[in-house]
Design a protein around this ligand. Structure first.
Ligand SMILES: [Zn+2]
Length: 151
């Protein structure tokens, strides 16, 4: 496996090393970032050095769910084989206080509302630079959709 999110799709956890993991190995997906024990900063994605004090942060989950802060639905020709339309947005993660940007489940594109609850998931979505299917982290409805991995 490579360190990218795309490639030979067999085991989701191996495709997004350091970016998304299951809570306690079996629970819901969570974004993985870093927390600095020296200054208390929490960042996503994970880093080797704290960007604020140069301390050595610890890898940790920074959020499995949150609230949609804002979003946009993109209706122009989609890159990387993404469906049309597709949606992106900022999500305020529960617990960590981080606001992160990411793809939103395309099935939700026409029914998004600011403040709605979303969770971290993985979906087969689009292709990489070599045309291979990609497994990508997305924000999705807290109730899994039929397009969820493994369904
Ligand atoms: Zn720090």
């Amino acid at each position: 496996m490579t360190g990218t999110m795309c490639g030979d799709v067999t085991e989701p956890a191996e495709l997004v090393p350091g970016l998304v993991e299951r809570v306690n190995g079996r629970g819901p997906y969570a974004l993985v970032g870093s927390r600095c024990p020296d200054c208390g900063a929490t960042v996503f994605p994970s880093v080797v050095r704290c960007p604020y004090c140069q301390g050595q942060p610890l890898r940790q989950g920074v959020g499995a769910a949150g609230s949609l802060y804002t979003y946009t639905v993109v209706r122009t020709r989609a890159p990387f084989g993404l469906p049309e339309p597709y949606a992106v947005g900022y999500v305020d993660l529960d617990g960590s206080g981080l606001r992160v940007f990411g793809l939103i489940d395309p099935a939700m594109a026409d029914e998004l509302t600011v403040g709605q609850r979303v969770e971290v998931g993985l979906m087969r979505l689009g292709v990489d630079g070599q045309g291979r299917p990609c497994l990508r982290p997305v924000f999705r409805s807290e109730h899994p959709t039929a397009s969820e991995v493994g369904r």
